[in-house]
Design a protein around this ligand. Structure first.
Ligand SMILES: C[S@@+](CC[C@H](N)C(=O)[O-])C[C@H]1O[C@@H](n2cnc3c(N)ncnc32)[C@H](O)[C@@H]1O
Length: 293
């Protein structure tokens, strides 16, 4: 296949083909340059399996041809979308880190509201960075509808969910989920904010109206500079895929995206130790948040 030809589907490389160590290193470098994600040596099997499927589907003969296509093919922009879908791990569910949502509702929002003063209408901007299929963003919107808007009648919530994978963003925008996603959901929320159809859970429109989803690569400097004026950022369970240098770059951009007095949450298995000293660490029951003072 020539690099410029259409991506037709024809059988070529058979499933499970081996990726040489050299090609693994080249692909790893390419992925790192584009996304900040760093595949350790022990994750070669993962790339082999996931990219192998694309190589096969496109009727290519080798991983090398695929890398050439990504770099120089006339359809590289289109293939990059599939590529990002293929290499990302999108595990998520509603109310995933409950103590974070508790801290958000009971301490962070009151602290941000107090800082701004009362009476007038107040906008609260929350960013679910690396939102995957949108469960975290929708959780925040539901907490607002359930309690925050009653406590703060002037509060206008805007939640922005972003991810590098278009596949998961499609699910996020539809707001249609399966059992797995709602397994940690308090029953009162499930009954109130979803319609159930054919075993699927459809997020109600008043929740969806508070949230918008956009494609955004956290490692893209130009795009990140557009993200400003956020009061709270949830950037959970994605830093683990980055190396130290890309973590430093991403976290510095997240810091710039926050308003003074705003907060950053990261995942339980993640830490800013050795990554940033710009934030003040604040402790909450069973969780921590990073404050921009
Ligand atoms: C494990 S999910 C975490 C979802 C959610 N934040 C949570 O904690 O449940 C990680 C997400 O990060 C996204 N991701 C990985 N690298 C990214 C990057 N460079 N820019 C934006 N999103 C990225 C993946 O597509 C995936 O949906």
């Amino acid at each position: 296949m020539t690099l410029g030809s259409p991506l037709t589907v024809k059988p070529a490389m058979t499933g499970g083909a081996k990726m040489s160590d050299e090609l693994f290193r080249l692909l790893r470098e390419f992925i790192y340059q584009q996304t900040g994600i760093y595949f350790q040596d022990n994750k070669k099997y993962l790339l082999e399996g996931r990219i192998g499927k694309r190589v096969q589907l496109l009727g290519l003969n080798t991983y090398e041809e695929y890398l050439q296509l990504l770099k120089y093919g006339t359809r590289r922009t289109e293939e990059m979308r599939h590529f990002y879908d293929a290499i990302t791990i999108n595990e998520t569910f509603f109310f995933r880190n409950e103590p974070q949502f508790e801290a958000f509702e009971k301490t962070l929002v009151p602290s941000i509201m107090a800082r701004r003063g009362s009476s007038t209408r107040q906008k609260l901007r929350v960013w679910s960075a690396a939102s995957s299929s949108g469960e975290e963003a929708h959780t925040i919107a539901m907490i607002h509808l359930e309690r925050l808007r009653i406590k703060y009648p002037g509060l206008e919530l805007e939640v922005v969910g972003t991810d590098i994978s278009n596949n998961v963003l499609e699910t996020a925008r539809k707001g249609v989920y399966r059992d797995y996603s709602v397994r940690n959901m308090p029953k009162q929320f499930l009954d109130k904010y979803f319609a159930v159809e054919d075993g699927r859970y459809l997020v109600r429109d008043d929740v969806k109206r508070l949230v918008r989803f956009e494609n955004m690569n956290l490692y893209d400097q130009a795009g990140m500079r557009q993200m400003t004026n956020f009061d709270v950022i949830f950037c959970c369970n994605v830093l683990i895929y980055f190396d130290t240098q890309s973590k430093i770059q991403v976290v510095s951009n997240l810091y710039n995206a926050l308003n003074r007095g705003g907060f950053l949450f990261i995942g339980y298995a993640e830490s800013l130790h050795g990554i940033s000293t710009a934030f003040k660490l604040e402790n909450f029951p069973k969780t921590v948040a990073y404050k921009k003072e």
